[in-house]
Ligand binder design. Sequence first.
Ligand SMILES: NC(=O)c1ccc[n+]([C@@H]2O[C@H](COP(=O)([O-])OP(=O)(O)OC[C@H]3O[C@@H](n4cnc5c(N)ncnc54)[C@H](OP(=O)(O)O)[C@@H]3O)[C@@H](O)[C@H]2O)c1
Length: 329
Amino acid sequence: MEGEKGPVCVTGGAGFLASWLIMRLLQCGYSVHATFRSDPSDFSFKYNPLLSLPEASGKLKFFEADLGNPESFDAAINGCVGVFHVAHPMNLEDKIDQDTIVKISLEGALGILKLCSKSKSVKRVIYTSSIAAVLWISNRNNVQEITESSWSEVDCFRSFKAPEISYVLSKTITERAALEFAEKHELNVVTLLPAAILGPFLGSDVPDAFSFALPLIFGTEAICALMKDANMVHIDNAVSAQIFLFECPNAKGRYICSSNDVSIDEVAKYLSIKYSELQMSTKSLGQMEGKKPLHLSSKKLLDLGFTFKYSLEEMIDGAIQCSKEKGLL
Ligand SMILES: NC(=O)c1ccc[n+]([C@@H]2O[C@H](COP(=O)([O-])OP(=O)(O)OC[C@H]3O[C@@H](n4cnc5c(N)ncnc54)[C@H](OP(=O)(O)O)[C@@H]3O)[C@@H](O)[C@H]2O)c1
């Protein structure tokens, strides 16, 4: 454990990524202001894994804040040296319309950035974007590799009404606006674009995003058909990349964070050997040849000195073993 650092604010503290980030920040010696949108009175029960960390004692504070009311983040950001903006209105069940998702995400993020500018104490903001903000391009079939110079073409896909499109639009529009705000207001904002994240988790439910990251076990047949190829990263790598970018003096702009380009048949083969007792979500695996995955380059992050420490097998094992230990599989 290193010396005292922080405080830093992490938004969306109940989530899969944010809770692991809070744990690692505490273990690195940071004090953390974690925001939640639910009533703070149920924090102690729901976030017991965080509260029971020895490093949390006196160093983890909870704040109630909602992206729909960005001013509500003021108390949590006040006095912080850094902000990790992770919260996002996920809409996997397609309950909220596209325009509303984009509005909550965009206005929430810009409101948080305004508070960071006003604070004078915040030295850097790490915004968690997603590879959804680079991958949705019309000439995808003609491209060998995607880098940070790519931006998803929101106008091409806006008319498609599917939950994944509201995600693509909200992440792309919000990330672009955050970087523009940073430039205009001389605020230090760095964005991280993680691939599909897999591995162990702190919460008491399987993270919703697993239905896309490991659809053969946690998703549906329809999602398996959609996710024939994927780019993946281990939760601990996604989180350590956030901390690395926060601490690295030369970090600037956007960073893709993806360690493995994976096809669904490669995952199916591993699962059928190692976890033959588990039922896979698709009956049509024989006809489901994985596409050759598009390469997502993390070169910019690696050139800065970051290293990936986990294999694809460790990501899958972490997710499955953790789910089994919690009685969820
Ligand atoms: N998981 C992945 O594979 C992946 C990959 C790339 C990027 N990301 C990005 O990583 C971030 C976290 O994803 P995750 O998988 O950890 O998702 P998650 O577990 O669903 O976490 C999302 C968090 O955002 C909070 N939130 C939603 N709407 C909010 C609102 N209106 N106000 C305040 N908080 C709100 C949620 O609060 P509640 O708990 O109250 O619902 C939750 O804590 C997101 O920005 C996502 O785009 C994730």
